[in-house]
Design a binder for this molecule. Structure first.
Ligand SMILES: [Fe+2]
Length: 237
C-alpha cells in the first residue's frame, strides 16, 4: 500500500497547483467572491453523505479493513448540514422556484461536480475494502487541500461578519485530517499492508480516477466563480 499512498501524495501536490487554489488565496478579491462557487458544490456536499452511508459502509463486517471504512463513514456522513448552514451565512441561500433550483442542480454549470460521487461509487462498486480505502485516502487528500484554503477565507470573513462557518471554516478542516478518520495511526496501518498485483493495479486506478473527477469539478467551480460576481447576485436577490 506504500506505493499507493505515495501516488496519493504525488497527485495531491499536483492537485494543489490548480488555478482555483491561487484564486482562493488572492486577497485582492472579496472573500465572499472567492466562495461564490459554494452553491455549485451542493451535488457533492449533499451526495457525499450517500456515498459514505450507502456505498462505502457495509455492516455487519468481520473484515478489519471494512471496519476502518465503516468508522470513517460515520464522520463523513453528516457534513452536509454544515454546508447548508454556511450557504445561509454566506448570503447564498437565495429563494428560487423549485423548478429553477432543479435546473441549477441538474444543469450544465454543476455537471462535473454532480459526477464526483457518482463516478467514485462506480469505481468502488464491489471493490475490495483495500481499494475503497485507497479511494478514501485520495478523497481525503483533495478535501485537505480545499479545506485548508477555505478555512483561511472563512477566517477573513469571520472577522467581518462575526459568523462561524462550520463547513468552509476551521471546524471542518480540523475534523478532516487528510486521511481516513476514526482509527489510530491509520496511515501506518495502511502502509504496512501488502497488496497483490491485482489490488495494486485497482488501487492505482481508483486513486487516479478520484483525482481526475475532483480536478474537473474544481475547474468547473473556478469557471462559475469567475462568471458570477457575487455583489451583483446579492443586489439582484
Ligand atoms: Fe467533510
Amino acid at each position: 500500500m506504500k506505493e499507493v499512498l505515495a501516488l496519493v501524495e504525488q497527485r495531491k501536490q499536483e492537485f494543489a497547483q490548480l488555478p482555483f487554489f491561487k484564486f482562493l488565496q488572492d486577497k485582492s478579491i472579496d472573500p465572499r467572491q472567492r466562495l461564490a462557487w459554494a452553491p455549485c458544490l451542493a451535488p457533492f456536499a449533499m451526495g457525499f453523505a450517500l456515498l459514505n452511508k450507502d456505498d462505502f459502509r457495509k455492516e455487519p463486517t468481520d473484515d478489519p479493513l471494512q471496519e476502518i471504512i465503516n468508522r470513517h463513514t460515520y464522520e463523513d456522513d453528516h457534513h452536509w448540514e454544515w454546508f447548508l448552514e454556511d450557504l445561509e451565512k454566506l448570503g447564498l441561500n437565495h429563494s428560487m422556484k423549485f423548478s429553477d433550483a432543479m435546473r441549477f442542480f441538474w444543469g450544465e454549470e454543476t455537471y462535473k461536480t454532480r459526477l464526483v460521487c457518482h463516478q467514485i461509487a462506480l469505481h468502488t462498486f464491489r471493490a475490495e475494502p483495500i481499494v475503497v480505502l485507497a479511494a478514501i485516502e485520495a478523497i481525503e487528500a483533495t478535501g485537505n487541500v480545499v479545506l485548508a484554503l477555505t478555512a483561511q477565507i472563512a477566517q477573513e470573513l469571520q472577522q467581518i461578519t462575526k459568523q462561524k462557518y462550520r463547513y468552509f471554516g476551521a471546524h471542518h478542516f480540523r475534523v478532516e485530517i487528510g486521511h481516513a478518520t476514526g482509527t489510530d495511526d491509520v496511515e501506518q496501518v495502511l502502509e504496512s499492508i501488502q497488496l497483490t498485483k491485482e489490488q495494486k493495479t485497482q488501487a492505482f486506478e481508483v486513486v487516479e480516477k478520484v483525482f481526475d473527477v475532483f480536478t474537473e469539478s474544481i475547474n468547473e467551480l473556478m469557471t462559475y466563480a469567475e462568471h458570477h460576481p457575487i455583489i451583483q447576485d446579492l443586489k439582484a436577490s
